[in-house]
Design a binder for this molecule. Structure first.
Ligand code: HAM
Length: 422
């Protein structure tokens, strides 16, 4: 029986992988402009990192992790997200000691969550994320959001909605937490079992419940924005001001709570409101996570970041009918006829590549017509034909596929000839 790919994963094949490379290149360009450097952390970490970092009460930790025991009996987990590993590395490598703070990092890498697969939801997906550690300046919140918007906009997306909220600081959250418990407790029996267990542990997460979202108590639930203390309020005002100053439009949604435990102050998501995007509209999510470094055993350091998946980004591009300007094709295809011409074409091909051309030749011993067809499929600029006659005269026949013109070129001059035309 044939062996199939695991559910919720995909092969990214030639023809599509070029789209991935294009968007990844765009991300690298933009992060460079914003002065973020790449970090690459392992694909698996100690399970405890996510239990402590992402939070015991989250869906990710409770239901979605790929956790296994290694041969040494240690519990390991395939990373479900990139923030906790980045912060672990920041602490472990004492990046806080670098005089250039904040430390601005980005990553592009596979993440793993055991979720129910559907359009835009995979069990293995690639997140592009940025994390800025070491600054409590609300301007960096706006910078991080602007960076994400730039990625989407520069790829051509228009149907974007940025939603922001403030979850406040610890003090504000404590007040809000008490208010939420008082609000839901009398009727918690009407909620799902997840919400019932969230009531005492993390009542804010009730607001994010998909099963109970239409319950009447949801709409009347106390808003975090009414519980922000003066400092949190002032911080949020500044974030909004900076976003407005740079022309980034946003909506405020006091019910935006995010699914991970480490957030405080700014929380944000970017959605697609393109028709045909599908049920899952969230393209990207992020927020501030002051306190996470301490959770992971490092010195108190503020942090903020976001992550988006390339899978959802490509879906959004499709929904908006955007084709990426990907260059296809080869500079030159060598067509050889006869044994000695075939032999000669092997070294000629090597010379072409050494000179910097993208080039290929037939390896199937095909007839002239079939070789031309292959060249056509490859979308080549020049087809160079080397037959026994040409070889005898030390020439090669070069056909410009765009104009259809053909020229006999001295073999010794062949590379030069193409260089002049490129
Ligand atoms: P998250 O909201 O869990 O946040 O995920 C961020 C993004 O990853 C989502 O908006 C979505 O684009 C993508 N994503 C999540 N799960 C899947 C999936 N199963 N299939 C495809 N795409 C998915 C985080 O992961 C935080 N670490 C973000 C962050 C960084 N916060 C601060 N810094």
């Amino acid at each position: 029986m044939a062996i199939n790919i695991p559910r919720g994963t995909q092969d990214i094949l030639p023809g599509v992988v070029e789209e991935w490379q294009y968007v990844e290149q765009k991300m690298r360009e933009i992060t460079k402009r914003y002065n973020y450097s790449e970090i690459r952390t392992p694909i698996f970490e100690q399970t405890e990192l996510f239990q402590r970092g992402v939070g015991e009460t989250t869906d990710i930790v409770q239901k979605e992790m790929y956790t296994f025991e290694d041969r040494g009996g240690r519990s390991m987990t395939l990373r479900p997200e990139g923030t906790a590993p980045t912060v672990r590395s920041y602490v472990e490598n004492k990046m806080y000691g670098d005089p250039n703070q904040p430390t601005k990092l980005f990553y592009i890498g596979q993440m793993f969550r055991y979720e129910r697969p559907q359009a835009g939801r995979w069990r293995q997906f690639v997140q592009f994320g940025v994390e800025a550690l070491g600054s409590n300046d609300p301007a960096i919140d706006a910078e991080v959001i602007a960076l994400a918007m730039d990625v989407y906009r520069e790829l051509g997306l228009k149907h974007l909605k940025l939603v922001i909220n403030s979850l406040g600081d610890l003090e504000s959250r404590k007040e809000h937490r008490n208010a939420l418990i008082a609000h839901f407790k009398p009727r918690i029996g009407e909620f799902c079992s997840d919400c019932q267990s969230r009531l005492e542990k993390n009542p804010m997460r009730i607001l994010d419940c998909k099963k109970d979202r239409d319950h009447e108590l949801m709409k009347s639930a106390p808003s975090i924005l009414d519980y922000l203390n003066e400092e949190s309020q002032a911080f949020f005002e500044k974030v909004k001001m900076y976003l407005t100053d740079i022309g980034v439009e946003f909506e405020i949604d006091s019910r935006l709570v995010r699914g991970l435990d480490y957030y405080n102050h700014t929380a944000f998501e970017i959605m697609s409101d393109a028709e045909g995007f599908g049920a899952i509209t969230t393209l990207m999510g992020g927020g501030r996570y002051n306190g996470l470094t301490e959770e992971i055993g490092g010195p108190a350091t503020p942090g903020i970041g976001f992550a988006l998946s390339i899978e959802r980004l490509l879906l959004a591009l499709k929904a908006e009918g955007i084709t990426l300007p990907i260059e296809k094709g080869l500079d030159c295809y060598l067509v050889a006829l006869g044994d000695s011409a075939r032999d000669k074409s092997a070294s000629l091909l090597y010379e072409l590549r050494k000179a910097g051309f993208t080039a290929d030749k037939d390896y199937q011993d095909r007839k002239l017509k079939a070789q031309f067809k292959a060249a056509d499929r490859l979308n080549v600029k020049y087809v160079a034909v080397l037959g026994e006659d040409e070889l005898a005269k030390n020439v090669i026949n070069v056909k410009d596929m765009a104009t259809g013109t053909q020229e006999e070129v001295q073999l010794s001059n062949f590379i030069e000839y193409l260089l002049e035309r490129s």
